[in-house]
Write a new protein. Sequence first.
Length: 169
Amino acid sequence: MIRAATVNDVAEIRAMIRELAEYERAVEQARATEEQLREALFGELPAAFALIAEDDETGKAVGYALWFPRFSTWTGTRGMHLEDLYVRPHARGGGHGKALLASLAAICERHGYERFEWWVLAWNEPTIDFYKSLGVEFLDEWTVCRLSGEPLQDLAAHAPAVRNQSPAL
């Protein structure tokens, strides 16, 4: 079963985020707290949304998908960015990953989102093969860029004042 996450799922989502980070060999980078996740997913202005995959027999959470809307200046429409897709090892092969992706695709269709995008680590061949089986298009001509930590702070120090700044800026 796939269902929308509730505030009662925050601890389980955080646990699965840590499991995913361990699988991706980056557990030290998974620093989000339950409080941060509760605010991001269920606060006054949610930054992201989540679905939970449950085992049909036990009702226990076996996976999750965490996503947020994005916007394309080229299409003039919103899209979806999938931040995390994770199914616990014991439940893999049971259709939960495909069900989560299908549920997200249905959200895209329902809301008129023209693009559904995410990243996958280049070394994660089982996942890449799974995505290929679904007909996913791999955008090899694009490179992901990230600015964080001290370089982000250094660049921000050179920012000019912004006039008529909205609360989001």
